[in-house]
Design a protein around this ligand. Sequence first.
Ligand code: PLP
Length: 815
Amino acid sequence: MASEIQTPVLSNDHEQVNKDLHRHFNFTLGRFDTDDISGYMLTALALTVRDRLMERWRLTKETEVANKSRKVFYLSLEFLLGRSLGNAILNLNMQDSVRQALADFCCSLEHIEMDEKDAGLGNGGLGRLAACFMDSCATLALPVVGYGIRYEYGMFQQNIVEGRQVEQPDHWLIAGNPWEIERPGHSQVVRFYGHSEFYKNHSGETCVRWVGTQDVLAVPYDMPIPGYKNDKVNTLRLWKAAATEEFNLQEFNEGDYADAVAQKNLAEQITMVLYPNDASENGKELRLRQQYFLASASLQDVIAEWIKERGADFSNFAEFNCFQLNDTHPTLAVAELMRLLVDIYGLEWEKAWTITCKTMAYTNHTLLPEALEKWSVHMMGELLPRLLQIIYEINARFLALVAKRWPGDTDRQRRMSLIEEGGQPQVRMAYLAIVGSFSVNGVAELHSQLLKSGLFKDFYELWPEKFNNKTNGVTPRRWLAHCNRGLGDILTDVIGPGWKTDLSLLEKLKPYAEDTAFQERWAQVKLQNKEVLRNRVLQKCGVEFDTHSLFDVQVKRIHEYKRQLLNILHVIHLYDRITRGDTEGMVPRSVLIGGKAAPGYALAKLIIKLANNVAKVVNADDKVSPLLKLVFLPNYRVKSMEIICPAADLSEQISTAGKEASGTGNMKFMMNGALTIGTYDGANIEILDAVGQEHFFLFGLRVEDIPEFRLHNDPNHIIEQDEDLQRVMRLLECGHFNMFEPGLFEPIVRSIRSPLDPWMVAADFRSYVDAQKQVAAAYTDKSNWLRSSILNTAASGYFSSDRTIADYAREIWKI
Ligand SMILES: *Cc1c(COP(=O)(O)O)cnc(C)c1O
C-alpha cells in the first residue's frame, strides 16, 4: 500500500491525548466503570502513546528501505529494558500533555508509571547495556535493529525471607504487553538434532544437507525503540518459540493426539525462561538451544530481507550488513551464517568465509574464567550436528594458518584451537567469535588492555588490528532526564536543554561548582531524591533512613568479585567502633545494599544472608542506629535503580582490581552527582581520570600488583596485624550476627582467611577503611562535598552511551 503519511499526524496536544485515552479505555479495553480506572489506565495510556510511536516507526522503516543503507544487527541474549512508558513519553515530548490529560481522570503520571512491570529480560550490566545502546542508536538515528529472545519469564523476583533470598518466577507478560507487535508473517524455522547428509547437486558438486531435524518455529515480536525527540523509532525484534504446524504428524496420525499436542510444550520451552546466571555459564542444553535459536532465527530474518530487496546475490552482503555479538552468547551466528551461505545458498567455502569475517564483530564482557563459554562437543554434535561439522572445518583451516605463521609451535596450536581437547572436548566460544569476526572489543580501557595481554594474547599477536576498545556508557535520557527530573531541570536552567543529546555539554556546569547559591539548589534536589528513597526503604524494609545522613549505596549483582563482603566488613567495623564509643570523625551513614544472587551460587546467597543479619543487629541497637543503618533492599532491578541512583551520595564500586570489565552502575551514580569510592578497575579508572582524584575515593591493590601479592598473600597475618580487622573477624567468628544459627557464616570466614582468596578481601580491608574515613571527613564539609558532587556530574559526559555508540558507529560499524 502506498504511503500517504510523510510526517507524524497524531497531535500531541492535551485534548487529543485526552480523547485517545478515553477511546482506548472505553473501546479498545471495553472499560466503562470509571471506578476501576487504576489497572486499565496504564494500558490505555500505553496504547495512546503507542499510536504515536506507530506512525514514526513506519516512517523510520520506509526511510531506511528507501535509503538502502548499511545496517547493523545487535545480537543479544539479554535486553534489560525496564519500563517503557515514561521513557516513550519523554522521548516523544508528551510529558506536559499526558500530565494534563491524566489530571482530567484524577490520575498522576508517577502513580500510573509505577504500575508498569519491568521488562526484565536480562541479568544485569550486559543486558542493561544492550537496552541503553538501543536508546542511543534510535536517538542518533542509526539503522540498528536489536535481536533477542522474548522470555516468557524474565529475571526472577527476589524475596527476602528470614534474611535469605527466595526466588519467584517473573511472569511479566501476565497482564499483556502493550509495547509488542506480533509479526507471524516473519516467522522462521529453526532446526535441531538430525544429521548431515552428503549429496550431489545438479552440477555434480558434493553438497551437504541437514536432515531428520526437529523443527521449531521462531515467531517475532517487535518492540518500538523511540529516539529522543527525533521522530525515529527503531526495532527490537524478540523471538518466541512455537511448535511448527507439521509438528509430529506421525504421532498425530497414529492417534496419539494428546501426546502430539503436548509436544508443543517442548518447542515452547526454548523461550520459556531467562537463565539467571550473571558472569558464569552453566552448560545446560536448553541454554545452547536458546543461543542457536536466536542466532539462526535472526540470520534467516536478515537474509530473507536481503533476498527480498536484492535477490540471492551475496557478493556485497558484507558491505550492507554487520552483526554485533553481545558477548559469546550469540556466537553460533558465525557457524550459522556459514551454514546458510554454503549449504542453503550454494556459496563456496572461501567466499562464504570472507563474507562472514567481514560481517561479524564481537564484544567481550568479562575476564572471569568461569564466565567463558565452552560447550561440550558431544552435546553440540547431538543438538547441532551440522554446526559442529562447520566449526571443525573452521578450526582446521584456522590451525593451518597458525601453523604457517608459527611453524612447529604445536603448543600454540593447542592453545589457540577452537576445540579444547581432553576427556570431554569442548568448543571455546570466545575463540570462535574472535576467529569469525573483524572486530574484537573490550568495554573499558583497562579491560581491553588485559584482553590483549592476557586472555587473548595469542590472538592479539596474530591479528592486532582486530582488537579495540569501546568504553561503555549509559543513556542520559533514562538515567538522568527521566529518573532525576529535579536535577534535569537545574541543568537545563543553567546550561540549556542540549545536554540530553550532547552530554559533553555538562562541562559547562564546572563554573557553578563553587557557587554557593547553586550548591544550595543542588543540595535541595538531592534531599528531595533522598526523601523518595527513604520512603521506599521504609516501606520495603521497615527501616527509617535519616535523609541528612550519608547515603552509601552498593547495588549490583551479588558476586564475590564485586565484594559486597568488603562493604559489610566495613559496616561491622563501624558498628564495632560505635559500640566502643569511638565515634570520632564519623558521620551518620545509611548503607544500602541490593542485588540478586544466581540461584545456584551458594556463597553469594550467604553474603545476602550476612547483610540481612548484620542489618538486624545494627538497626536494633539504639546506641548504633543514630550513626549507622544498614538495609538489604530486596528485588533490585531497573525500576529500583531509577529511584536509587538520584538519591545516592556515595557509590560503592569496590571490585577486586582486574575483575570488573567496565561497570555501568558506576556511571549512573556519577551522572546523578554521587561521589565514588572505588578500586582502580574497569571504567572506574576513566571516571577517576575525568573527574580528578580529589573528587574520587580511590583505594586498594592495582591489577599489576596482584600477581606478586598473591604469591605471599597471608590473610591470617593481615588480620593479626590489623586490630580493626581482628575485631571484625572476632564478631563474625563468635556468632554475634548468627546467635541462633551457629556456624552459618563459616564459609565466608574461611574465604576471607584463605591464602588463595582470589578476591583479596583481607588484603584491601585497611585501604578501604581508610578511604571510608576520608569519605566521612569530606561529607562533614558540606560545601566541598557539593562542589565535588557537581563536578562529578559535570565530568560524566563521556559516559553517555551516545558517545559509546558514536564510537561503535564510526570505528566498527562504519555507519
Ligand atoms: C546498571 C545496572 C546494572 C549494572 O550494574 P553494575 O554496578 O555495573 O554491575 C545491573 N542491574 C541493573 C538493574 C542496572 O540498572
